[in-house]
Design a protein around this ligand. Sequence first.
Ligand SMILES: Nc1ncnc2c1ncn2[C@@H]1O[C@H](COP(=O)(O)OP(=O)(O)OP(=O)(O)O)[C@@H](O)[C@H]1O
Length: 250
Amino acid sequence: MIETRALSVALSGKPVLADISVALPKGRLTALVGPNGAGKSTLLMTLGRLLEPASGDILIDGRDLRAVPPRELALQLSILRQEGAIGPRLTVRDLVSFGRYPHSHGRLTAADRLEVQRAIDRLDLAGFADRYLDTLSGGQKQRAQIAMVLAQQTDVILLDEPLNNLDLAHARRVMRIAREEADAGRTVIVVLHDLTVAAAYADHVVAMKAGRVAAEGPSEEVISEEVLSRLFETDVSVAEVGGRRVVLTL
Ligand SMILES: Nc1ncnc2c1ncn2[C@@H]1O[C@H](COP(=O)(O)OP(=O)(O)OP(=O)(O)O)[C@@H](O)[C@H]1O
């Protein structure tokens, strides 16, 4: 469970997040949605302690995030960043193995290698494991980075637009994995632009606008025509197709 209390963040001296108080439950998949520039990535980076709040608190399982030593945090929380800098002369397996670093400190055990292989398989990368990252397509690279995050096996998983560059079958695979991780009791928080995907996989939704929380609650409440039309300042329809909610703009 991650909680924020009256969190505010400034970047280059400019306020970007203001008064963010949310409760992101354990064992749930939370989607962060909202227009471009709303502050979704900034919130995710702040939760991952990659940005420092100007004021307010973040509690991770009731404990002040500032009080968690870095080594412990690396065992507790993993993050997929939007512009992840990855060394080109690394293979997929090298990259995913870095995910085990907090556990192995550079000396992979047989169990670590097994986890690396499992993450590679889950992301459908078995055929690419020994390829250099700079020889991969955008979607294959994205999957390799997600595999690295999964290999960390942390209780909190933060994913910033994980579906970037993914085809529909791999997008589905990644969302199913995110769902499995939440069902296994982890706190999974995902920045998503595709609201139909959010409706299908998330149980909790935080809608952000202009650096503030515009709505927070169960997916059925937040993924609604009224909330979304207000959020995006455009007409949004929510239809039901085959028992699932589909979000449309025309
Ligand atoms: N380094 C920075 N300095 C100043 N302002 C910044 C900086 N980085 C981001 N911002 C601003 O902070 C605001 C929030 O940006 P953020 O990337 O968190 O939004 P987002 O909701 O993730 O957007 P998107 O959907 O476009 O990815 C934006 O107005 C952006 O211009």
